[in-house]
Design a protein around this ligand. Structure first.
Ligand code: KIV
Ligand code: ZN
Length: 529
């Protein structure tokens, strides 16, 4: 694979991504994202539009100081002030880049810029020349390039190259083009424009027709060697090409797209989660590569296939994108193979008749219930489970909270008819409550999830709390759920329910292991996806 097939990944999550309505990030959040992008191997980070606001300027200059490997770009319109401010913002970076742009399509020139084509040509020459006098690395973009008249686009690109641009970006600003057309545009520019061989062509595709990734890849096939993209595909309107998708398409279908990138793909899920957390934009469940269902299987036929050989229904390994392992989601479409595997994981070995009986009851339950949790399955097959889940109960709970800390919880619990009262403090009322439970029933399990939902609306809403505890040494976890108008009471009940279940499960799985049994987790770890 020669270097001519190396594709530069230009991430614009912090600039075009932040332009998504509602996706504003604080300086600290931008720095967190930039650090992760840098570590992940992004080549160029477009950190903002420095002239837009003092906050944007500060973000670009702080990112420029922070990054260790990536280049940092600042966006600028085709005017002196924008370009000088951008140069100032990126100056502390090892590899500073100015990215300057102007519209070239008839509709943009006439209604937005109110300029004649000849004036635009002049502005391209002047802006690129000025940028090039300030930094060596200058990217020029033809805004709305795909709706630009072809001969004029060639003239604009030629002007930018002559003035010193090192990268020529061809944005599909309104997400209008299609792969065949975009392929032709890049091919035409490379063939017709004098000096095209000296620069890198770049794609910047928006997703209004859902074609941003396909168009970017078509651009690369035609000879572009930079893709502009964002994590989770966020960006103006329907967003930009998603970084994780273009990178994985080139990796998984390297036979069709024989190109490389410098991206450490096992960091993609982390990057997706961070960007979702800081922007508050959820990732759709079925999002390619990073959605929570991307490696989850519910249908019986698929689960059976994946259990026999993961490649039956998976074209990449979840760990290649940092997604942990494939999940078999138990639901009404699940089949016997997955149900038997789940029972084994939960520590049950049933006779054929008992298994059939449990499977029928599972199907009936799954028809009525959206989510079938492990504890629902336990309850189906184990008469003792309800008693086990209730083995230790919350009797009373009083918590002192507020600004005057330390927050303290006084808890009375019941076990086998006997009451015990303990007191503990903590870093906040929830921590104090959980510490009190630990004091009453010492254990090593770690809190893996704590989630609160309001079941009804208003300040008197019923709070539903989920707690998952993990015994890492035993490789076992259990979830407890409880609802109460008092969030802390619900939290204490949920925690105790999880602890009761975890210990019951540990006893059961431990007994299975002693008889030579093993859990799915062990099997899965050994065979791998
Ligand atoms: O979509 C677009 O045209 C842009 C340019 C500023 C590159 O974001
Ligand atoms: Zn854009």
């Amino acid at each position: 694979m020669s270097d001519s097939n190396r594709v530069i990944i230009f991430d614009t999550t912090l600039r075009d991504g932040e332009q998504s309505p509602g996706a504003t990030m604080t300086l600290e959040e931008k720095l967190q994202v930039a650090e992760l992008l840098d570590e992940m191997g992004v080549d160029v980070i477009e950190a903002g539009f420095p002239v837009a606001s003092p906050g944007d300027f500060e973000a670009v200059s702080e990112v420029a100081k922070l990054v260790k490997n990536a280049g940092v770009a600042g966006l600028a319109r085709a005017n002196q002030r924008d370009i000088e401010v951008a140069a100032q913002a990126v100056k502390n970076c090892e590899k500073p880049r100015i990215h300057t742009f102007i519209s070239t399509s008839p509709v943009h020139m006439k209604y937005k810029l109110r300029k004649e084509p000849e004036q635009v040509i002049e502005m391209i020459a002047e802006s690129v020349k000025l940028a090039r006098s300030l930094v060596d690395d200058v990217e020029w973009s033809a805004e709305d390039a795909t709706r630009t008249e072809r001969d004029f686009l060639c003239r604009c690109v030629e002007t930018a190259i002559k003035a010193g641009a090192t990268t020529i970006n061809i944005p599909d600003t309104v997400g209008y083009t299609v792969p065949e057309e975009f392929f032709e545009i890049i091919t035409m520019l490379k063939e017709r424009v004098p000096g095209a061989e000296k620069v890198i062509f770049s794609t910047h595709c928006h997703n209004d027709l859902g074609l941003a990734v396909a168009n970017s890849l078509a651009g690369v096939k035609a000879g572009a060697r930079q893709i502009e993209c964002t994590i989770n595909g966020i960006g103006e309107r329907a967003g930009n090409a998603a970084l994780e998708e273009v990178v994985m398409a080139m990796r998984v279908r390297n036979d069709v797209f024989p190109y490389t990138t410098g991206i450490r793909t096992e960091m993609l899920t982390r990057a997706s989660k961070l960007v979702s957390a800081v922007t508050g934009f959820p990732v759709q469940y079925n999002k390619a590569i990073v959605g929570r269902n991307a490696f989850a299987h519910e249908s019986g036929i698929h689960q059976d296939g994946v259990l026999k050989h993961t490649q039956t229904y998976e074209i990449m390994k979840p760990e290649d994108v940092g997604a942990g392992k494939s999940a078999l989601v138990m639901g009404k479409h699940s089949g016997r193979h997955a149900f038997r595997t789940k029972l084994k994981e939960l520590g049950y070995e049933l006779s054929d008749n008992a298994f059939e009986d449990a499977f029928q009851r599972f199907k009936e339950l799954a028809d009525r219930k959206k989510h079938v949790y492990d504890e629902d399955i336990e309850a189906l097959v184990d008469e003792n489970i309800a008693t086990a889940a209730d083995a230790r109960k919350v009797v009373t709970l009083t918590v002192i909270a507020g600004t005057m800390g330390p927050q303290t919880a006084t808890l009375t619990v019941e076990e086998e008819g006997r009451h015990k009262t303990v007191q503990a403090s903590g870093n906040g009322p929830v921590d104090a409550t959980f510490n009190a439970i630990k004091q009453a029933f010492p254990h090593e399990a770690k809190l893996a999830l704590y989630q609160v939902h309001a079941v009804t609306e208003g300040t008197d809403a019923q709070a539903e709390v989920s707690v998952r505890l993990e015994d890492r040494e035993a490789g076992i976890s259990a979830t407890g759920r409880a609802a109460d108008p008092d969030t802390l009471v619900a939290s204490a009940k949920a925690y105790l329910a999880a602890l009761n279940r975890l210990e019951a499960r540990k006893r059961r799985v431990g007994a299975g292991r002693m008889q030579g049994g093993e859990t799915l987790s062990e099997e899965a770890r050994r065979s791998g996806p």
